[in-house]
Design a protein around this ligand. Structure first.
Ligand code: SF4
Length: 377
């Protein structure tokens, strides 16, 4: 079943490590943008679904919680008009602790149809949050998480590690809080310094240090140890879930299934041939203009051939603990995974395991994922 991603490209300020497409909204821009989103949904969603039921909707950003519950409700009502919904549809909204620290607001999101809240906490430590340039502090992060857990049955929190402000004791402190809070889902990311961000400039000017690899490995494995002991499944390199709470929307990406991206800069994947990736303009003005004037909203970015499709399927599948099922691979691509990737498999050596008909990596091998996966590409 297909998925729908809605990009909300607005934030109250820009965090210095962030390379996502977002900026501060200009006067009346949010209203105009929502009108364009709704038109885009009206024009394109039914055609994309072609009668299939929608499995998930994900409001990502940016900061979707800058939108009021009434605005989210408006967008959802256009989706409901154009699409059949799976009975167990997952509707996620990404929120920032500063705009999710009010119970009424959260309850109104839930009433609008949101059933999963994903909070960009990043850290429960003031020094880390200051370093990351976040606009919330540890107390706000804690309040927002508690309110989220009181108002939703399915809550994700994003956390970052390998920050220069973090030592092992502060990671341990986060783990103790997680023990107490027990959200249904956790996305735990190591800091990565991306090109064209203020952090990249600061690194170049030696104002901040490069990410310490040893610290990264230690903290990655520490989270793995603590969270799996708490009963979480480490089901994707950066994601942990209680049984039954894996993020269905993100599984669509990792399983290389179709999704439609609505909004400025949003990507889509359609299953024509061996797959095509499309992208909407990463400019709010150009996106609004394309939608409202009936122009081309999504341009072709990439058309996959057979070999590229197999490589991408391996690249995505081996990020997940379920890995690659040989029979499914044979069914999808008409050839054998182990024969087609024999060189890559032997280069991975003991880091790639075969259990019954599944090929997968364990958590320790995921630390070498970028290096190992290059053999498949
Ligand atoms: S709040 Fe999130 S999307 Fe916005 S600038 Fe910060 S990291 Fe980027």
């Amino acid at each position: 079943m297909p998925a729908l991603y809605i990009h909300i490209p607005f934030c109250t300020g820009k965090c210095p490590y962030c390379d996502f497409f977002s900026r501060s909204p200009r006067t009346n821009e949010i209203t105009a943008y929502i009108e364009a989103l709704c038109l885009d949904i009206d024009y394109h969603l039914a055609g994309f679904l072609n009668g299939a039921a929608l499995k998930s909707v994900f409001f990502g950003g940016g900061t979707p919680s800058l939108l009021s519950a009434a605005q989210i409700d408006t967008i959802l009502s256009h989706i409901y008009r154009c699409a059949a919904l799976a009975d167990d549809i997952e509707i996620s909204l990404e929120g920032n602790p500063c705009s999710c620290n009010d119970s009424t607001r959260l309850r109104d999101y839930r009433r609008a149809g949101v059933n999963r809240l994903s909070l960009g906490v990043q850290s429960f430590n003031d020094a880390d949050l200051l370093f990351l340039g976040r606009r919330h502090n540890a107390a706000t992060a804690m309040t927002a998480t508690e309110l989220a857990l009181n108002n939703f049955d399915n809550v994700n929190i994003d956390l970052m590690f390998a920050l220069p402000t973090q030592n092992n004791a502060s990671v341990e402190h986060s783990c103790q809080l997680l023990h107490q809070l027990q959200p249904q889902h956790l996305s735990v990311y190591g800091l990565s310094i991306e090109a064209n961000t203020p952090f990249a400039t600061m690194l170049q000017q030696k104002e901040i240090a490069a990410v310490d690899e040893e610290l990264f490995h230690h903290q990655f494995l520490h989270y793995h140890k603590v969270l799996t002991a708490l009963g979480y499944e480490h089901y994707e390199i950066s994601n942990y879930a209680r049984p039954g709470y894996r993020c269905r929307h993100n599984l669509t990406y990792w399983q290389r299934r179709p999704y439609l991206g609505i909004g400025a800069g949003a990507h889509s994947f359609i299953a024509d041939g061996w797959g095509q990736r499309l992208a909407a303009p990463d400019s709010i003005e150009q996106y609004i203009e394309a939608v409202t004037t009936g122009g081309t909203v999504r341009a072709l970015l990439e058309t996959f051939d057979h070999a590229q499709a197999m490589a991408e399927f391996a690249y995505l599948g081996l990020r997940c603990c379920d890995g690659i099922d040989e029979r499914q691979f044979q069914h999808l691509f008409g050839c054998s995974f182990s024969a087609h990737f024999s060189h890559a498999i032997s280069r991975c050596g003991h880091h790639l395991h075969r259990d019954n008909s599944r090929w997968h990596m364990d958590s320790a091998s995921w630390l070498l994922y970028d290096h190992l996966i290059s053999a498949f590409l």
